[in-house]
Ligand binder design. Structure first.
Ligand code: ZN
Length: 299
């Protein structure tokens, strides 16, 4: 097994890289802009640049390589789909990156990387069945069972952000209406604020307000209502031992009080105890998870 594990978190805005040593300690990290508007060739060059920095740091020592990114490779075609970095969709991302870096790698969905990192090293280390949630610009999820990632035959396990909770709800970029993501992601909440109040306000600023007008309170109640519906559906189906929240909105304390109450309202049980916890690894979870994915495949 390699002594070093390199992880790359390829996001729409930043590309982050980290090296874990044998003890899973981060010994190097760096980040670079994705500059997604410059296209896929530029993104590949940016990946190459940060990868070289990491490889130089360990003096070209043997290492595994994993990469996390939104979306997933199609089980049928190996082409990337469902990424919010739209210029990468439809590309054979794994083989393109392997060719560019001259190195084998494992690619996994970013929410899966987050969940694995939290299950192995973060807030969920003592739990068997972990559901990890990312609530950022979009919404993603992942399952880890007994420390192993559940991927599924179609590679869509945990793609909870595109479960439909209201068929006559807002249009989602995926082509459906009323997906979880259209209600409880940052972009979903911001759309709701714009539609109802005709204001451009960030989801974080809105959720951090100390007081709310009547109309604002309605939007807030709606947000928590759909947070409750979407997570109680998960609990009723698979009854996870813990739910860990990540992404930009996971710092909102209300999710763990008012939000949890809304979840518990809809659980089909006389005893409701599923812990809903904030992540421990913060922004590092994605890149750590990517390194862990690479490590697990190199054993
Ligand atoms: Zn959708």
């Amino acid at each position: 097994m390699s002594k070093y594990h390199i992880g790359i978190d390829l996001g729409g805005t930043k590309i982050e890289i980290a090296i874990l040593d044998e003890a899973r300690e981060i010994i190097f990290r760096n980040r670079i802009n994705t500059d997604a508007h410059k296209g896929s060739s530029h993104i590949l060059s940016q990946i190459f640049t940060v990868y070289q920095l990491a490889v130089n740091h360990i003096k070209n020592a043997e290492h595994s390589l994993g990469m996390g990114t939104p979306g997933s490779l199609s089980a049928k075609t190996d082409l990337l789909r469902n990424s919010n970095t739209l210029c990468l969709n439809g590309l054979p991302l794994k083989s393109l990156v392997e060719k560019k870096l001259n190195k084998q790698l494992v690619i996994e969905n970013d929410a899966n990387c987050f969940t694995l990192a939290e299950a192995l090293m973060g807030a969920a280390t003592n739990f068997k069945l972990v559901f990890g949630v990312i609530m950022g610009t979009g919404c993603g999820g992942g399952f880890v069972i007994n420390k192993r990632l559940r991927v599924g035959p179609q590679f869509i396990s945990g793609e909870w952000g595109h479960s439909i909770i209201n068929p006559s709800g807002p249009k989602c970029y995926c082509g459906k209406n009323g997906c979880v993501e259209t209600y409880i992601s940052g972009s979903g909440l911001e759309r709701d604020i714009k539609e109802k109040l005709n204001q451009h306000l960030s989801a974080k600023d809105f959720l951090n307000q100390k007081t709310y007008t009547h109309d604002e309170q309605e939007i807030l109640n709606n947000f928590y209502h759909y947070f409750g519906l979407s997570l109680s559906n998960i609990i009723n189906i698979i009854d996870p031992d813990i739910i860990v929240l990540g992404g930009g909105l996971s710092n909102q304390k209300g999710l763990y009080s008012h939000g949890q109450k809304e979840v518990y309202k809809n659980i089909f049980s006389d005893y409701r105890m599923t812990p809903i916890k904030k992540n421990k690894l913060g922004d590092s979870a994605g890149v750590i998870g990517a390194a862990l994915i690479g490590a697990s495949m190199s054993c």
